[in-house]
Design a protein around this ligand. Structure first.
Ligand SMILES: [Zn+2]
Length: 416
């Protein structure tokens, strides 16, 4: 890799400079020069699946704190899921989110709007109106679109706006009452299991509906080997499907819940070692396009309770880069594959800017220190919530700065 500095002027990348040139320009005062000596400069990372909890559950997260966590974790942009209160199923909620992000956001926010009114799975929301308001995709995430007929209509309707439908793939009949993966750990603990088939049956259905309608499907939080295989086959058949997984699905197995740690309770649940292996291979061979966190903040009120009753989900924005770079160190991915999964692929799937470092392009960048070693301390998170199973874990590699439209993002006076 060549050592260069970037000259950023009026928010755009003006020049790639050798280190000597940069030194002479530093006094000119005409531009902000970021000295990235010894660091990797990556296209700004984009997390295409987060829950910001605003409007409605601001005690868990707000657009302000969620984007602080994003910037601290290396993300210049996030796409936020619509299962807020109220649900983002209308122009007014989409506009509210964008307005709040513009007022106090530390990262760009791309709203994902609901497929159905209230995410109730009965009646499609107004895709045209929502697209014009700024929605980048549609999803009833948190819940599946159970009706095949409604999913068919959604894929057909979204085609007119060239937007993907993001599938939360879950057969509610099969998953009902379950709280961890159905397997050895569920048998051992007596907790009710969710079989892999609950996910895979819906992945298969959505792939076939996508073929049938010519729409665009994005499968969220892929967790099973079977789903990876179905997506691989669908891509080989030329069906317009993309997929994401989250760091916990390539890092942890269902053994993590054996001690009834509610911070490892999520939906879909953590699966087996074979599934983890398949997810890793799916990232390597490009079957899984993106790494997204599914950042799902919850307070102790929802987590510090009996396992069966605890809410699903973990925060992910501030541990993602370290866990993704672990894959690079283990030789699963090369650096460029990892960065593609964290930047250019999410940008492409959502049809938003970013994912490249180009002369004349907007300077959305993430500076990474691949050598930084640290222990994850949830108390230092910028997120309002602390629900992570990775507390105490030693990681190597972190984001040291995000540059949003040419400006280093500064949180509480600290460059991040
Ligand atoms: Zn989901």
């Amino acid at each position: 890799m060549e050592k260069v500095d970037l000259l950023i002027e009026e928010g755009k990348i003006k020049a790639f400079l050798s280190i000597e040139d940069a030194g002479s320009l530093k006094d000119s005062g005409s531009a902000e020069i970021v000295d990235a000596g010894g660091l990797w400069v990556a296209p700004g990372l984009i997390d295409m699946h987060v829950h910001l909890r605003e409007p409605g559950e601001e005690y868990k997260e707000t657009i302000r704190t969620g984007t602080m966590a994003a910037a601290a974790g290396g993300f210049v942009a996030v796409a936020c899921m619509p299962n807020t209160h109220p649900v983002n199923d209308s122009r007014s909620v989409t506009e509210y989110i964008l307005q709040r992000a513009a007022e106090g956001g530390f990262a760009r926010v791309y709203p994902v709007a609901a497929v159905s009114v209230g995410s109730r799975g009965e009646q499609l929301s107004e895709f045209g109106d929502l697209s014009r308001a700024g929605a980048v995709a549609f999803s009833d995430d948190g819940r599946p679109v159970s009706s095949s007929r409604l999913m068919r209509s959604a894929l057909e309707y979204a085609r007119a706006y060239d937007k993907p439908i993001i599938s939360h793939a879950e057969d509610l009949g099969l998953s009902e009452g379950g709280c961890i993966h159905e397997g050895e750990v569920s048998a051992m603990t007596g907790l009710k299991g969710i079989p892999s088939e609950a996910e895979e049956i819906m992945v298969y259905r959505d792939i076939e509906l996508t073929r049938f309608t010519g729409g665009k499907l994005h499968v969220a939080h892929v967790s099973t080997a079977g789903s990876v295989q179905l997506i691989r086959q669908a891509k080989a058949r030329g069906i317009r499907v993309t997929a994401e997984t989250a760091p916990h699905y390539f890092t942890l197995t269902h053994e993590a819940v054996a001690e009834f740690d509610t911070n490892a309770k999520m939906n879909p649940p953590l699966r087996t070692a074979e599934d983890v292996e398949a997810i890793r291979f799916g990232l390597k061979d490009g079957t899984i396009d993106a790494i997204a966190t599914d950042h799902a903040p919850h307070s102790v009120i929802e987590k510090d309770i009996e396992f069966e009753l605890a809410a699903n989900g973990i925060v992910g924005l501030e541990t993602c880069v370290g866990l993704a770079l672990q894959l690079v160190r283990e030789g699963v991915l090369n650096l460029f594959q990892a960065l593609r999964a964290l930047s250019s692929n999410p940008a492409r799937i959502l049809g938003v800017a970013g994912g490249a470092i180009e002369l004349g392009g907007v300077a959305n960048l993430t500076l990474l220190d691949s050598n930084a070693r640290y222990t994850v301390d949830p108390e230092t998170f910028f997120s309002l919530s602390r629900n992570t199973p990775f507390g105490g874990r030693d990681l190597q590699g972190r984001a040291v700065m995000t540059i949003l439209e040419g400006k280093p993002v500064r949180i509480k006076g600290v460059a991040r």
